[in-house]
Design a protein around this ligand. Structure first.
Ligand SMILES: [Fe+2]
Ligand SMILES: [Fe+2]
Length: 170
């Protein structure tokens, strides 16, 4: 970014870049977790949930693009090696070893809650100090909130479906 663009920021730019690189690493792990989980998933409502999880994956990729753009504008170097994703990310990557729909959804839900916490922290860090990053992370945060809500809704529907089946059998 132009020197003036960096000078107007009222915060530690290196610290911001490291927070953004952590977020970037988490986005890549979230992208792959959603994508591979969607492909492997088995169980009720699969045909409905799978395309939505693939859409979430695409949106996580979009977040990675936004974050990379801002890191470069700030004069930083985006994380260069996938091995570093695991070192920088605070959100865990849960390999979808069990393809059952509820297990996959719970794994993704954990990732979303971790992402919400991450962007809340960056929003607090940049609030009133870096309008550009603040605007970007609140936009991303809004999408993470929608993702969390989507997953909670599917889990509720699945639980209701099971409950109804149990009643029907009695
Ligand atoms: Fe994301
Ligand atoms: Fe998300």
């Amino acid at each position: 970014m132009g020197q003036k663009g960096i000078n107007i920021l009222d915060l530690d730019v290196q610290e911001l870049i490291s927070k953004l690189n952590a977020a970037l690493s988490e986005e890549w792990l979230a992208y792959y977790q959603y994508w591979i989980g969607a492909r492997l998933m088995e169980g009720p409502m699969r045909s409905e949930i799978e395309p939505e999880l693939l859409l979430h994956a695409t949106q996580e990729f979009g977040h990675a693009e936004l974050v990379v753009g801002r890191i470069i504008q700030l004069g930083g170097i985006p994380v260069l090696h996938p091995a570093d994703w695991f070192k920088l990310a605070r959100c865990e990557y849960d390999a979808p070893a069990d393809p059952y729909v509820e297990v996959i959804l719970e794994q993704n839900l954990k990732g979303e809650r971790c992402a919400i916490q991450r962007y809340k922290e960056i929003a607090d860090f940049t609030n009133g100090k870096d309008f550009t990053t603040h605007q970007m992370v609140t936009t991303i945060l809004n999408e993470e909130l929608e993702h969390e809500q989507d997953i909670e809704d599917w889990l509720t529907d699945l639980a209701r479906m099971k409950e109804d089946l149990r009643k029907f059998r009695m």
